[in-house]
Design a binder for this molecule. Sequence first.
Ligand code: NAP
Length: 308
Amino acid sequence: MEHIYDTIIIGGGPAGLSAGLYAARSKMDTLIIERAAFGGQVATTNEIDNYPGSIENCTGATLSVRMKEQAAEFGALFVSEEVVEVELEGDIKVVKCMRETYKAKTIIITTGAYPRLGGFKNEVELRGKGISYCATCDADFYEGLDIAVLGGGDSAISEAIYLTKFGETVTVIHRRDELRAAKSLQEKAFNNPKIKFIWDTVVEEAKGENGLEGLVLKNIKTGKVSDLKTDGCFVFVGYLPVSELYKGKITMTSRGDIITDEEMKTNIPGVFVAGDIREKLLRQVITAAADGAIAATAAEHYIENKFS
Ligand code: NAP
C-alpha cells in the first residue's frame, strides 16, 4: 500500500528543519525533501551572531548540521530530490519529484529565496569567473586580491566584513549614501580599515572575457562614469522567493512571496508555508525557525480536525 505521510516539508533550510523538528517531535510521520544541500542559504553564511545562543564560532554550516541532526533524532526522514510538480487541492497532497512521487495529508513549503542578479552587462557571462553570490563558497579564490561587494543590506555588509579576511581590499559599492544594514554591522564595517565605500553608485558593466578584470561604475547623482579595477565582485542585492512551482496555485504577491496568516496557513487547506518564501517583515534564521515551528503545529491541528 502506498505510504501517506502526515506532512511533507519541501525545503531543508532553517524553516524546514525547524518544522521537521516540531512535526517529528509531535509524532507526525514527517518527510523533508531538499534538492541541494540541507541548511539552505544559512549553510553558506560564515558567522551567525544574531540567533540566540549562537555565540562563539557558530558558523551557518554548523548550525545547519545541528538542526538537521536534531530533527532526525526525533524521527524526521530526509530525501535529496527535486520537486517538479505538486497537487495541493485534494485531501491527500501529491509531491512529484524527479525520481519518486510522495503523498501526505499536509504540505509545508519552506523553499526560501535565491540571490537576485545585479542586472549589469556581462554579469551572467562572468558568473563563476569573478562574479559570485556566495562569499563562503568563493572567498578563498581572492586571497590577497581586490574585491568589490555590491549592495548595502545585511548580506552585503556582513559578507564584506568576512571577505576582509581574504582580500587585500574590499570595496562596497552602494546605490545610496546610507546603508540599509543593521547599525552594529555598519559600525564594524566603518571601523574596518580594509573596507572602502563608493556611494550613490551602480555597476553598469563587468569587464573581462575569461575572468573579471574590472567594473564600469556610474554615479547616479552626478552621472559620472568610472572604472574600478577588481579581481572579484560579490553581488548581494537581495533575494527573490523560490515560488515558481506554486504560481497560479497558491495566493502570492506580485514578487512571488506567498501570503499566509499568522498560523502559516495559505489559501489552500492543508498547505502551509514558512521562512523566506513567505511575505513577512523580517527574514532571519530566527524568524524562519519560528515560522517552521508554527507551521508544524498548525499542520498537526489541521490533521487532528480533518482526519480523526
Ligand atoms: P536587502 O535587505 O533587500 O538589501 C539589498 C541591498 O541591495 C539594499 O542595500 C539595496 O539598496 C541594494 N539593491 C537592491 N537592488 C539593487 C540593484 N539593482 N542594484 C544595486 N543595489 C541594489 O537584502 P539582503 O541584504 O540580502 O538581506 C535579505 C534579508 O536577509 C533581510 O531581511 C536581511 O535582514 C536578512 N539578512 C540578515 C543578516 C543578519 O542579520 N546578519 C544577514 C544577511 C541577511 P537600497 O538600500 O537602496 O534599497
